[in-house]
Design a protein around this ligand. Structure first.
Ligand SMILES: C[S@@+](CC[C@H](N)C(=O)[O-])C[C@H]1O[C@@H](n2cnc3c(N)ncnc32)[C@H](O)[C@@H]1O
Ligand code: SF4
Ligand code: SF4
Length: 398
């Protein structure tokens, strides 16, 4: 699959988290924790295992992931120090809800990151609103950590998910960011169920998002997207195509959400989505019609403007091409699960006898993923459904 040296890594250094964000796959709508969460972390030893030959080519480390909080990793400072030692100019990006880690860690990271990268605070509003989506994130901690980070030389970025409940704080956030030299960007949240049109007036319909209590399972409140006012387009963060104002003009529907979700982690343990056979319609099309442009293979470098190849590393150390497939595997999506089950999973995890280079040459990357991209899988779909849906043009199912 990969034809060039890997220059960028997106890594999930832990699946632990202090927050209970309702759309995050680590939990069910802010309530029960997903049974596949292991509360594990990668240590400095893992990075040493990757070896200098691999590390020396890396130009950017992105500490984020699909279901974990990098600042909850107790070795995060040691990991970043080690990477700085091996590659002094490497770009370090860390995304955090800002509510965990302690003042000392943020101060140290500000020095280590400096101007080669940034710490991104995922903060959706201010004192009275952030905790509505970032449930369980203590505001006093966010503020103390932000102040600690800002007291040092590190670049600071702020990613703000815009909801109905925090829209009015946008002007304040812009002012605060300008005063404190923070690069602020807004994002449209995903995760609101939609129907395209109501039968009566042809308007889009979005449903409110229920938020549950982790211990009792009780329904606590509902969240609404902003449907009337757009946020500043010139401050829109890079998001998947189509995400900016997809809820604008929609009618918000309050349906009766379950009053209690007790036991959901037992029934929702297995994949609730379609089977591979449901994807069989993909075989009615020529693979070239999907126009897949693989983000792992064709990411454009910010500085050189040239394509650069990237991998994703999961919290158990396993290599994947991207976070989309890792996230789907975590959720138990059957096609990627079957693709991975064809190989010995330990061959996708580095060890003393298994270098990153041999992982990238292994059957999964050199044959199975290539077949998935080119339509040669031996399953009823032929092409990897996730690749088409995330990086291509999904045809209409008929
Ligand atoms: C799973 S988080 C991991 C990093 C870190 N825990 C955080 O939240 O920033 C990955 C990214 O998903 C974003 N995110 C969480 N909920 C979202 C939503 N409903 N819509 C869009 N992005 C979301 C986070 O802000 C973060 O940038
Ligand atoms: S802070 Fe990040 S990892 Fe934690 S629950 Fe929210 S989105 Fe998920
Ligand atoms: S989903 Fe498929 S096409 Fe998209 S980045 Fe991942 S491997 Fe590449």
């Amino acid at each position: 699959m990969y034809t060039d040296i890997i220059k960028k890594v997106h890594i999930e250094v832990t699946d632990k988290c202090n927050s209970e964000c309702p759309v995050c796959p680590r939990n069910f709508q802010g309530g029960a924790i997903h049974p596949n969460i292991k509360n594990i972390q990668l240590g400095v030893d893992y990075f040493k295992l990757l070896g200098d030959d691999f590390l020396k080519n890396i130009q950017q480390w992105h500490f984020c992931g699909t279901r974990g909080e990098p600042m909850a990793n107790t070795e995060i400072v040691d990991i970043v120090s080690y990477l700085r030692y091996i590659t002094p100019h490497v770009k370090i990006i860390i995304r955090t809800n800002g509510g965990i880690g302690g003042v000392k860690r943020y101060k140290e990271l500000s020095k280590l990151i400096g101007k080669n990268g940034m710490l991104v605070f995922s903060v959706d509003g201010w004192e009275d609103t952030n905790e509505i989506y970032r449930k369980n994130v203590r505001w006093d901690k966010v503020k103390a950590h932000m102040d600690a980070y800002l007291s040092g030389p590190g670049n600071c970025h702020w990613d703000y998910l815009v909801f109905k409940h925090n829209y009015d704080q946008i002007p304040f956030a812009i002012e605060f960011a300008e005063k404190n030299n923070i690069q602020l960007e807004f994002k449209e949240p995903f995760g609101f169920d939609r129907k395209f049109y109501s039968t009566s007036d042809k308007r889009k319909i979005v449903y409110t998002l229920p938020v549950y209590d982790r211990k009792s399972g009780e329904l606590l409140y509902e969240i609404e997207p902003e449907t009337e006012r757009e946020f500043p387009r010139n401050k829109h963060a890079a998001q998947p195509a189509g995400m900016y104002n997809q809820y604008i003009g929609a009618e918000v529907k309050r349906i009766k959400h379950a009053k209690n979700q007790k036991g959901i982690e037992k029934i929702a343990n297995t994949w609730a989505g379609p089977s591979i056979d449901y994807y069989a319609y993909l075989k009615n099309y020529d693979n070239s019609e999907f126009n897949i442009s693989c983000e792992a293979l064709n990411r454009v470098d910010d500085v050189s403007g040239l394509p650069t190849q990237e991998i994703f590393i999961d919290c158990d150390g396993m290599f994947y091409p991207c976070c989309y497939l890792a996230g789907k595997h975590f959720m138990g999506e059957p096609q990627i699960t079957a693709m991975i089950n064809k190989v010995d999973k330990s061959k996708l995890i580095p060890s003393v006898d298994n270098s990153p280079e041999s992982i990238l040459k292994s059957t999964f990357f050199s044959k199975i993923m290539v077949d998935g991209l080119n339509g040669n899988l031996d399953d009823s779909a032929g092409t990897c459904h996730t690749c088409v849906s995330m990086c291509g043009e999904m045809p209409v199912k008929n």
